[in-house]
Design a protein around this ligand. Structure first.
Ligand SMILES: [Zn+2]
Ligand SMILES: [Zn+2]
Length: 334
């Protein structure tokens, strides 16, 4: 092989995994089995919506693929103020076969290491089968709606909300938020004449958001400044676009307050990421909303599902970008 050919053959290792023969029909079992809630990763796990007091709960470790068990569960920070004394932990069941060759246990990769939400094909199939049978109730959507605070550095607050579209696709929103604060020492809005500026690196945990298998998001540094009685702040970040480009971004409260940040939309799968920043007192709230279209849940070979779980590309036109966000906005208005 000559030198030029060698260079072209030298691809960087891809995360895209091939799918071996996937059968076109998935036979249903006679007896159904009980699945794990997406937030449950051990026998007393669960989010603040589903299992806030960490009661013993249905947990079947065999339902995780070898990929997802590499991630240890992250303990949810209990919300002791809003935790109710009594609640019912929901359940869900499936009659899909569990054989690895049939791909019914495939899961969407985590979008951040401290966000323990394991959404599997059987969850999708369970919910949308209810829709097709006309038995879909609000309680079913609530079963996939998780609320938690997890991890340290960053401590991420996160909420996942499912939405069924009119044409029977399931959308999922992951809303995440964390706070950063630059210590300006003795500076206060009343410190006349004194200007203080602080730059800080953001902990490594902020650098590895993976909205999908084709895009990345990294928060790199933040800053605060006090001058003329006004505090301002900024956050630097890098977006990894679906074509491999890295695009640097910078938000500055003095320049950009109230303006939209350019979103990160993937043309290889149905994922879009919307960023926003807000200065609140001496802290900056960083919000990340990731929207995904999981498809119609009829078969684990659905191109939308494969694009999210295995990276196998679907061509998505630019005109479709932010459609999922608009669906959520429309739901909030009604
Ligand atoms: Zn939950
Ligand atoms: Zn993608």
């Amino acid at each position: 092989m000559d030198k030029v050919k060698r260079i072209f053959h030298c691809h960087r290792p891809s995360e895209i995994q091939p799918i071996s023969q996937m059968p076109s029909e998935i036979p249903l079992l006679k007896d159904s089995w009980e699945g794990n809630l997406p937030c449950v990763h051990d026998p007393v796990d669960g989010c603040n919506n589903h299992n806030p007091r960490h009661h013993p709960v249905q947990f079947d470790p065999s339902l995780f693929s070898p990929d997802s068990t590499k991630h240890k569960p992250t303990t949810n920070v209990l919300d002791t103020v809003r935790t109710p004394d009594e609640y019912t932990i929901p359940t869900l069941s499936s009659a899909l076969p569990q054989s690895p060759d049939l791909y019914c246990l495939t899961t969407i990769p985590r979008i951040h290491k401290s966000l323990p939400y394991t959404f599997s094909f059987y969850h999708l199939h369970w919910l949308l089968t209810h829709r097709r049978n006309g038995t879909l109730a609000h309680a079913h959507l609530q079963t996939l709606h998780c609320v938690a605070k997890t991890g340290q550095n960053p401590t991420l607050s996160w909420v996942t909300s499912p939405l069924v579209t009119d044409d029977g696709n399931l959308l999922l929103e992951y809303a995440m938020a964390f706070l950063v604060q630059a210590d300006l020492g003795a500076w206060t809005p009343g410190s006349r004449g004194r200007a203080v500026a602080k730059h800080a690196l953001i902990g490594s945990g902020y650098r590895d958001f993976k909205p999908c298998l084709h895009t990345t998001l990294a928060f790199t540094s933040h800053r605060g400044e006090g001058r003329d009685g006004v505090r301002t702040a900024g956050v630097a970040f890098t977006k990894g676009e679906d074509d491999g480009r890295e695009v640097k971004g910078d938000w500055d409260s003095a320049r950009d307050a109230g303006k939209d940040v350019e979103p990160l939309c993937c043309s290889k799968c149905y994922t879009e990421t919307v960023l926003s920043f807000k200065l609140r007192g001496d802290q900056t709230l960083v919000s990340i909303q990731v929207y995904k279209n999981l498809g119609r849940g009829l078969h684990p070979g659905d191109p939308k599902w494969l694009a999210l779980t295995k990276g196998i590309m679907v061509g998505r036109p630019k005109e479709d970008f932010l459609r999922m966000r608009r669906e959520y906005e429309a739901m909030c208005e009604t």
